[in-house]
Design a protein around this ligand. Sequence first.
Ligand SMILES: C[S@@+](CC[C@H](N)C(=O)[O-])C[C@H]1O[C@@H](n2cnc3c(N)ncnc32)[C@H](O)[C@@H]1O
Length: 371
Amino acid sequence: MESYQFFLIILPGLEDLAHQELMEKCPINEVQVTKGGISVTASLDWMIEGHLKLKIPTRILMRLQEFKVRDFPKLYQKFLHLNWSKYLSHPTPNWEISCTQSRLNHTGRIEETVTDALKAALVRQPLSRDWEKKDFPPQTFYIRLMDDLLTLSLDLTGLPLYKRNLQQLKGEAPLRENIAAALVFELFKDLKEEEVVLVDPMCGSGTFLTEALTFYTPLHLRSFAFESAPFFKGKMLKKTKTIEAHGLVSKAQGFDLNQDLLSKVKEEVKNLPVEFKNQDSVKTPIQHEQSIIMICNPPYGERIQISGKRGVFLKEAWKKFLTIDKPLRFGWLLPKDMDDLFSKPAGYREVSRRSFRNGGLAVTYWIWERI
Ligand SMILES: C[S@@+](CC[C@H](N)C(=O)[O-])C[C@H]1O[C@@H](n2cnc3c(N)ncnc32)[C@H](O)[C@@H]1O
């Protein structure tokens, strides 16, 4: 079977979790983890499986070419002779161009040159009219020039993978689905107890809960850019229309102050085993019969207004969760500049502490476990 080079784009700071997910769901020998991504050598079947099963990557690219180039005539010639008929599905693709430490560094002129080369190539090898008949969207090609080495890649995903098409509605400051998936995946790692319920005491649109409940459910509710590419022609993606919960946990509860949001979210995810309740989780104990695993992304005060001094509310909430609700494990996501407020909770040991950027803001994700 023909093999290809793929590059999975991963949010920096989540690479190890994305790698573990990959090895668990669609293991492969040739894998290399780098900052911001994972390179994989695999078949098209693996690529399809990866798109359907992997919840942590942002998108998947196919590496098409790599060559040294220091002048525009060579760039033109290389693009003119590319095997476009195998990859191209639309005559006017988008180009994402970046250059570092290279002789060719004018992105505008690079785009002009490759566009001209592609036009000339299409005169020699005309494109099938499928794109008009079937209304294919333009593809995106990535051109990266580093130390005069050009890498050309094709985006296979289209809308980023965190667009699951499960929920349209989002509250204020929602977490991206792929970040939520990574954090719940880590939270459940090596957990001995089986009969647990996942609780988010400030759930907003419930992203942690839906991602945990569907972590092993394939992404069947959306399409991908590769479905219109010539190399995919004749293959079929077997997708079901119903979405069944197959996750890290089989039961979840979400609480929030925002009643209006909760009732809309409830309607959207009514097929999933999750209960929503309107309550002030800082004042009211979480009622539960089973052991709970808790995860929380509280309002930081930047995007969502909270009354009083910023740290005071968060400290009060944190203390209440750990001393009154007493989850078996607790995942807590908050701005990095508040790290010193939350170290060493009594009765808990630190399992892990991870830093990354959430929408431009440096954050820390802590996991504690009850001793
Ligand atoms: C940052 S958002 C959570 C976003 C969520 N992770 C998501 O992906 O949609 C914080 C949420 O906490 C809720 N909240 C704030 N104070 C609360 C309290 N005392 N009790 C319950 N919910 C609260 C807000 O209404 C808001 O929806």
